[in-house]
Design a binder for this molecule. Sequence first.
Ligand code: GAL
Length: 509
Amino acid sequence: MRFIIFFLLLSMPAWVMSQEGSSKYEEYILTPEPPQSPQINSTALYGLRPGTPLIYRIPCTGKRPIKFEIEDLPKGILLDEETGIMTGTIKNPGSYTMTLKAKNDHGNFSKEFTLNVGDKLALTPPMGWNSWYTHYDRISDRTMREAADQMIATGMADYGYQYVNIDDCWMMKMKSKDPDVGGKRRDKDGEIIPNKRFPNMKGMADYIHAKGLKAGIYISPGPATCASYEGSYQHEAQDAVTFAEWGFDFLKYDWCSYSKVAGKKSDPDYFIRPYRLMWDELKKQDRDIVLNLCQYGMGNVWEWGGDVGNCWRTTGDLGLEEHKNLPGFYSIGLSNARHAKYAIPGGWNDPDYILIGWVGDAHGMAEGTPTDLAPWEQYSYMSMWSLMAAPLIFSGDMAKLDKFTLNVLCNNEVIEVNQDPLGKQAILHEKTNQQFIMVKPMVDGSLAVGIFNLKDGVQEISIKWDQLQITGNKRVRDLWRQKDLGVFSDHFTTEIQPHGVSMIRIFNE
Ligand code: GAL
């Protein structure tokens, strides 16, 4: 019966689905409910610079109240035992391994965690939320604070989501008559002036930090941003100081109008120059600010992005990508997959945001409507991003998260693939018009594998151990359902839904 309904849904026109919303997909939920006992979903590895402030809320599911404890807590770091928020600084570079512990009435859990104090940030892909595809030029201080509240209330923070990032449109706008955003864009000293919807940037970042989360900001190296708001051109050093003083932890630096001032394209530094400049300025701050390059993959950014940033967009905007036979995340994802060898801890290929739940059409910067992606397409999307060690930044509406969307965003075994400390991006194999597989080596020697069905109908797909260059008995686990499927000796066959995925992990027996 379930399957019949599923196929009826798939054959419905997209508008029928969007009218009804994605909450009706509850019967396609695969991720099991987390146990009542604590389960720490923290990454194993975290990068911090010497002497800069740490804010880290231990991601942990289970029934609150939970009591947190840390064994071998390094000097300089404090833990709030009720919230699990770690704060403080570590002066000396080095690797500090500790045991995170969580306890409630139902049980306890412990997990090893290493703070790597050095010059590298984002040792695993950043996870969080960005305002663009929901709020566009309607974004305000209030919405940002609410997004932070929702990140805690929905439980997303318990799975590792931690950045609350504002995108374009927080500054004053060029030539605007709107009293909220029109007017002087910098003060007499050149300090950037946020628009009237952002009366207190520092207060907003403090609010986000008080929850143990991190705050992100956006600007362009050009004179104007893509939406024609004030850019950083010729104010780079000053803006870096301002962002650090306000308390931001992440900067998306978007090329936009920079072409107008970039000089000659034949200059070998043409693409890298603005990013190197901001990277150097950010390093001078006594805050850790992750730098996200956004320039749509120009100049083979994957070859040099890691020298001047922590992640780099490899393509144009996913929200503008056409839905042909397949939804746009497939073409964007497959394009991103080509650069797998450049991903390393601290430097990630970025195929843009996770657009599910309620999302506004980027063409008209529209108000949100429920995604028209079918349930299995959403599982494919999240599987691809996890396998590709892509930043996991959700950009749908935080206020309208339903159970199905949360089940896609918050499966700890799927996220573990994304956050694996080895930091390898999956390699694309066996790509045809009908299917492909992605294979990601994990730190424990297991393989995370996505088997993707590009056909409009159900398809049975087999993978042979030869194709994966493995031999012998292997335990296969279904990651979405969090269920062992058995021991297989030389191949694995499974039936996969239209445009869907089987995401498995293959362990040595
Ligand atoms: C685009 C960028 C988007 C969004 C937008 C804001 O260039 O790729 O992610 O930031 O600008 O105007």
